[in-house]
Design a protein around this ligand. Structure first.
Ligand code: IPM
Ligand code: MN
Length: 363
């Protein structure tokens, strides 16, 4: 297997965490006899500075020519006053739309070792294992028209979906649930929004092709509460773009830190992989960032773009092992730092690599 990976590290902590993810990935590929190439290109705020726009053409071309794109994070305080179409984030939205992946998989699972990081009681989160399937190319993020009219002092965005857009992402959710615990919870706001009524009707129709998977519908407001009260009730959670953005951050509470969560976007020309966390400018460059979300995102590259299940699982097992041994980045030791060995971003990356070596030798 040869994997051609494009890294778009982006802003803030993006470069620090993707560096560790790439070190871990390449270590595993080398040790298991696979070859790879890694190319690096600019996106986001750094690209605005270097190229005058958040998604330079050469970045897009390199992305379309790769097997997988690993993105760090985009967003930087210095661009906060710009209109949406000029901000670093638009580079990411353009990249998502050009690569075409419409199903954003965001697993949120509880690590036993991190139970103390969560404000939820251990018995609530222990064993929770949710896979969010967030529609990524429709809804308010991309719907037209959109505008802030400074003359009339009105602004509007459009939440728009076609039946086909809902059907294709629903199919992926049901397929994934068939390989998990056989349940899809579809989240909408069908008591108020027509677009959610279309969503609900379409998901119900697709469910007929998957008779062994249970389907339930939830309103998004109720769901945001259920997720905290009974996270273990959920297997695959299917939802539209903005609801998925919000609920996936909320679910970081189950994991203990947003810094732990990986994501993979599939269904398009090239899969796009990004940790769920943002650019965290407040801690950038200080060695405080948690690289485990990015490292686990690397595991998803091996699984979904390389078909390398054992190698992906080895990375995930190493992360677990490192946590079991009491190693933490500062975000994972807020409540009781004295009980752990606190590591910097690069030290954590090195620790995962060291552990992987022992796993691959023993495999
Ligand atoms: C995410 C982020 C992005 C989103 C931003 C940076 C555009 O919050 O991936 O969750 O809203 O999709
Ligand atoms: Mn988000």
């Amino acid at each position: 297997m040869h994997l051609k990976i494009l890294v778009t590290a982006g802003d803030g902590i993006g470069p620090e965490v993707t560096r560790e993810a790439v070190e871990v990935l390449t270590e595993v590929l080398r040790d298991t006899g696979h070859t790879y190439s890694i190319d690096q290109r600019a996106i986001g705020g750094i690209a605005i500075k270097q190229f005058g726009r958040p998604l330079p053409e050469e970045t897009l071309a390199a992305a379309l020519d790769s097997d997988a794109v690993l993105l760090g994070a985009v967003g930087s305080n210095e661009f906060n006053s710009l209109p949406p179409e000029k901000r670093p984030e638009v580079g990411l939205l353009q990249l998502r739309s050009a690569l075409g992946g419409f199903a954003n998989l965001r697993p949120a699972f509880a690590f036993k070792e991190l139970a103390a990081c969560s404000p939820l009681r251990p018995e609530i989160i222990d064993g929770a294992d949710i896979l969010f399937v967030r529609e990524l190319l429709g809804g308010l993020y991309f719907g037209q028209p959109r505008e802030w009219n400074k003359t009339t002092n009105e602004a509007w965005n459009t939440m728009r979906y076609t039946k086909d857009e809902v059907a294709r992402v629903a199919r992926i959710a049901f397929e994934l649930a068939s390989k998990r615990r056989m349940k899809v919870t579809s989240v909408d706001k069908a008591n108020v929004l027509e677009v959610s009524q279309l969503w609900r009707a379409t998901v119900t129709e697709i469910a007929k092709d998957f008779p062994s998977v249970a389907l339930e519908h939830q309103y998004v407001d109720a769901m945001s509460m259920h997720l905290m009260n009974q996270p273990k009730n959920y297997d695959v959670v299917l939802t539209e773009n903005l609801f998925g953005d919000i609920l996936s951050d909320e679910s970081a509470v189950i994991t203990g830190s947003l810094g732990m969560l990986p994501s993979a976007t599939i269904g398009g020309k090239v899969n796009l992989y990004e940790p769920v966390h943002g650019s965290a400018p407040d801690i950038a460059g200080k060695g405080l960032a948690n690289p485990l979300g990015a490292i686990l995102t690397g595991a998803l590259i091996l699984r979904h773009s390389g078909g390398l299940e054992a190698e992906a699982a080895a990375i995930e097992a190493s992360v677990r092992k490192v946590l079991e041994q009491g190693f933490r980045t500062p975000d994972l030791a807020r409540t009781n730092p004295q009980s752990f060995t606190i590591l910097s971003t690069t030290e954590m990356g090195a620790k995962v690599r060291e552990t992987i070596k022992t796993m691959l030798v023993n495999a």
